[in-house]
Ligand binder design. Structure first.
Ligand code: NAD
Ligand code: UDP
Length: 309
């Protein structure tokens, strides 16, 4: 039985990861400060004998012995990571350094949940891991983007300087059950608005693109990466099926049979114009590719929000 620490384990992605890892028979410790996570997401796991929750911030010292660390702690929704930007930087940088020290002390493997945001508003399309990105260092999104870029730097430097066993994944827009209804990201916003027959809020003209990956595909890629040998990454994990935000809104209206109308609101600053992962590296090194198409993934997510609302 492996002892695995999942930071941010009560959040959207973390809760699915904790579920999978406990089902595989590991002992899982979920460390979370519950800023954007919720007890609801992990309530099904709490009764198990191989699951434990520690309510704590990753900036603070923790003295435990683990075999693996998945570092997911960090708000991922733009309005929420911009709510307290200084804290967001600290979570990514101080928190990462703290987790890397723990990994070093325990001789544990550590995986960092990095992001496609390290590419910023990309000038290369689709984005390969070799692309260094186009990031504004002083804008509203910088607390998240630069925090995550610095966390990658720390990962690589611990690897080179101390031989720490590291894994870096760059997650592209993911969605599914356990997203918070008020999280503010596009999939949850549109589904909640559609189910309530409220206006669907498109920021800008809706021509910007994203590529959406269903959460079970992502979790599969994450555990494959942790179990891989001699491969540090960074590796892109995402679904290369790209669509405009307008197309996403129309699809969600159709799947929910909603009476909602589309309205337009101002585009936030530095909102990336396009985003699509090149997943050749994940396919070659991890034998991974997403299998859930957008209609199927959205149906499952809509079902979750219907119950939740
Ligand atoms: P989320 O906001 O649902 O989950 C983040 C979790 O981290 C929450 O439970 C929150 O309470 C916890 N947390 C935040 N700050 C913390 C701190 N200082 N100490 C302890 N816990 C803290 O977000 P998510 O979508 O599940 O994302 C998980 C990770 O994956 C994040 O690191 C995010 O940057 C990364 N990621 C997600 C996406 C995506 O599309 N969901 C894309 C790229 C990267
Ligand atoms: N977006 C939108 N309406 C919303 C929420 C988001 O049009 O209610 C847009 C947002 O401007 C961005 C895209 O949808 O272009 C994806 O936004 P999200 O916050 O989900 O993630 P991002 O990829 O920007 O981090």
């Amino acid at each position: 039985m492996k002892k695995i620490l999942v930071t941010g384990g009560a959040g959207f992605i973390g809760s699915h990861l904790c579920k999978k890892l406990t089902e595989e028979g590991n002992y899982v410790i979920c460390l979370d400060n519950f800023f954007t996570g919720s007890y609801d997401n992990i309530s099904g796991l709490a009764s198990g004998s191989n699951f434990e929750v520690i309510e704590q911030d990753i900036e603070h010292n923790i003295d435990i012995k683990v075999d693996e660390i998945y570092n997911l702690a960090c708000p991922a929704s733009p309005p929420l990571y911009q709510f307290n930007p200084v804290k967001t930087v600290r979570t990514s940088v101080v928190g990462m350094a703290n987790m890397l020290e723990l990994a070093r002390k325990c001789d544990a493997k550590i995986l960092q949940a990095s992001t496609s945001e390290v590419y910023g508003d990309p000038l290369e399309h689709p984005q390969k891991e070799t692309y260094w990105g186009n990031v504004n260092p002083i804008g509203l999104r910088s607390c998240y983007d630069e925090g995550k870029r610095c966390a990658e730097t720390l990962m690589m430097d611990y690897h080179r300087q101390f031989g720490t066993d590291i894994k870096i994944i760059r997650i592209f827009n993911s969605y599914g059950p356990n997203m918070h209804p008020n999280d503010g990201r596009v999939v949850s916003n549109f589904i909640v608005q559609a189910l309530k027959n409220e206006d669907i809020t498109i920021y800008g003209d809706g021509s910007q693109t994203r590529s959406f990956c269903y959460v079970s595909d992502l979790i599969n890629g994450m555990t494959k990466m942790m179990n891989s040998t001699c491969f540090t990454g960074p590796v892109n994990l995402g679904n290369p099926s790209e669509r405009t935000i307008l197309n996403l809104a129309e699809l969600i209206i159709k799947l929910t049979a909603s009476k909602s109308k589309i309205i337009h609101k101002p585009l936030p600053s530095d909102d990336p114009v396009k985003r699509k992962p090149d997943i050749t590296l994940a396919s070659e090194n991890l034998n991974w590719k997403p299998v859930v198409n957008i209609e199927e993934g959205l149906e499952r997510t809509i079902e979750y929000f219907r119950r939740k609302l």
